[in-house]
Design a protein around this ligand. Structure first.
Ligand SMILES: Cc1ncc(COP(=O)(O)O)c(C=O)c1O
Length: 366
């Protein structure tokens, strides 16, 4: 049996060792490391809401009104009105009958997917889907079939041979590549074959759609997605995860989703900040922030604020990240197992809060 140190040195030999870096944020886009200033191009705070006064004020009020913790699962000690308000607001935004919130996006996937399908069923998953979707699919014990990224022909073949309840799972904006799924075509296929679709909008909410509700909203397809999943921890600047769907599916999840049932509800302040963020993205200010973000994306020739620069080898990606670090720019190197082997990359993320000057510094450095 290998010792932890042997495992760690094996990771290090492959250029796969990870370590935590201590930071102090000083503004929505700046932070300090060991007394040095950096511009942050690594967060998913796409609209800069995590430090927005409206969210902070809502969280502070909830802290004073309800205290720091929720003290038990919502099924055990009662369900705070704030969570209901948040879920009603999510359902309204997503144009569904209902929604359910979880501690984070990861817990959402882990609770939802095994509650929707089991061992007699089939999951058909995009190859580049996020780790939480893969882990949850495995946990469900459903037969797992994977199609090459965005490959509609292969998806159709897998739909032809699926058994039991069939759940297609994909993302709207892919977290490490920043590209979009062909949503209209996927919907046409899942409808033709009587399958269900779970769409993870983690990186699209706040960013795409006339009201910032994501790709399904942008394409006018919200009512054709069976399960709209997302996180409150990225563009919405808070923390938490959600699933929006019909009333009966949500009622089933309340009864079956283990990460919801067997976990203390998130802090009330988290829900209050999320609710404030959902309101904000629908205001003129929200629209302006989205427009500013889109301008930033265009100036780097990207459709979305996730910009990968594929390098290949782990060591080279780490060296490129270090070069930028030396110039005061924080851009992470993303390696296996987050991305496939041989596709290590820099992952740049943009925020509406970045200044034009910060973007120019990035472009010059790149
Ligand atoms: C596509 C995708 N889905 C789900 C998650 C998980 O969300 P959370 O960070 O709220 O756990 C992430 C984020 O890490 C993600 O990128």
């Amino acid at each position: 049996m290998k010792t932890p140190s042997e495992e760690l040195s094996h990771l290090s030999d492959q250029g796969l060792l990870r370590a935590l870096r201590k930071i102090t944020p000083t503004s929505p886009t700046k932070l300090e490391i060991d007394g040095r200033d950096f511009v942050n191009f690594s967060s998913n705070d796409y609209l800069g809401l995590s430090k927005h006064p409206a969210l902070i004020e809502a969280a502070q009020k909830a802290l004073l009104d309800f205290g720091t913790g929720s003290t038990a699962s919502r099924l055990v000690c009662g369900s705070l009105s704030l969570f209901h308000e948040l879920e009603e607001s999510l359902a309204l935004s997503k144009k569904t009958e209902a929604a359910l919130t979880f501690a984070n996006g990861y817990a959402t996937a882990m609770g939802v997917i095994p509650a929707l399908v089991g061992k007699d069923d089939t999951i058909i998953l995009d190859k580049l889907a996020h780790a939480c979707l893969i882990d949850a699919a495995r946990l469900s014990e459903a037969t797992l079939r994977v199609f090459p990224h965005n490959d509609l022909n292969k998806l159709e073949k897998l739909l032809n041979s699926s058994k039991g309840r069939t759940l297609v799972i994909t993302e709207s904006v892919f977290s490490m590549d920043g590209d979009l799924c062909p949503l209209a075509e996927i919907i046409a296929l899942k409808e033709k074959h009587g399958a269900l679709l779970l769409l993870d909008e983690a990186h699209a909410v706040g960013v795409l759609g006339p009201n910032g509700q994501g790709l399904a909203e942008e394409l006018g397809l919200q009512d054709q997605v069976d399960f709209q999943m997302g996180t409150l921890g990225k563009a919405l600047g808070s923390a938490g995860g959600y699933l929006a769907a019909s009333r009966s599916w949500i009622d089933l999840l309340i009864n079956k989703a283990r990460s919801f049932i067997y976990s203390t509800a998130p802090p009330p302040a988290q829900a209050a900040a999320s609710l404030a963020a959902l309101e904000l993205i629908n205001t003129q200010e929200g629209h302006d922030l989205r427009a500013r973000l889109q301008n930033h994306c265009q100036s780097l020739n990207s459709r979305t604020p996730i910009i990968p620069k594929i390098i290949g080898e782990n060591d080279q990606a780490l060296a490129a990240s270090r070069d930028l670090y030396d110039q005061g720019l924080l851009v992470p190197a993303i390696r296996y197992p987050t991305v496939p082997r041989g596709s290590a990359r820099l992952r740049i993320t943009l925020s509406a809060a970045h200044t034009d000057q910060q973007l120019r510094a990035l472009q010059e450095a790149l």
